[in-house]
Design a protein around this ligand. Structure first.
Ligand SMILES: [Zn+2]
Ligand SMILES: [Zn+2]
Length: 171
């Protein structure tokens, strides 16, 4: 059953010391095949006991949420930011207790966060699209189960714009 607007879903690290509380339904749920996501996965998978990050076709699966719908309910001190490059606005926040990556957020004005889908144990959102597939690892076969796009699909941009408008108008 899809979560209602008020459903609070708890998203936990592997050991449970870090908990996110996310409210309502996500904007979308995606798999990204870009070079940065692959490089970040290699970086974070190298941490001790880290869970695998890429799906079977080399994508990184994220649940996209408006950032006003996501709160760190427990273990905020355990979250450590990793950046691919010095000065990059993108933070990949890892629960240092068990090296489980939790989410991506941004130092600039972006209004969303991307939560690692593998951290969901309840209300797991279905995958809706796979994008940046032109960067997929050599030989990877992208399943034809959902919308795929070599770059960024219009449906993603549209969903992001609508989410931003809803946020601005307090809905
Ligand atoms: Zn943990
Ligand atoms: Zn990516």
């Amino acid at each position: 059953m899809a979560p209602s607007a008020r459903t609070v879903t708890t998203v936990r690290c592997t050991c449970g010391a870090v908990e996110l509380a996310v409210t309502g339904a996500p904007t979308t749920c995606v798999a990204c095949y870009c070079d940065d996501c692959q490089a970040a996965a290699r970086q974070l998978e190298a941490l001790s006991n880290a869970p695998p990050l890429l799906n079977e076709s080399g994508g990184s699966e994220f649940v996209v949420y408006r950032k006003d719908r996501v709160a760190v309910a427990r273990g905020a001190d355990n979250l450590k930011s990793y950046k691919l490059k010095e000065g990059s606005p993108t933070n990949r926040r890892v629960a240092t207790c068990c090296n489980a990556p939790m989410l991506l957020d941004f130092d600039d004005a972006k209004w969303w966060v991307d939560i690692y889908r593998a951290r969901y144990r309840e209300n797991v959102p279905p995958l809706e699209m796979r994008f940046c597939t032109k960067f997929k690892p050599a030989g990877a076969v992208i399943p034809a189960d959902v919308l795929t796009h070599p770059g960024y699909p219009f449906r993603l941009i549209r969903k992001q714009v609508l989410a931003r408008l809803a946020m601005l108008f307090g809905r």
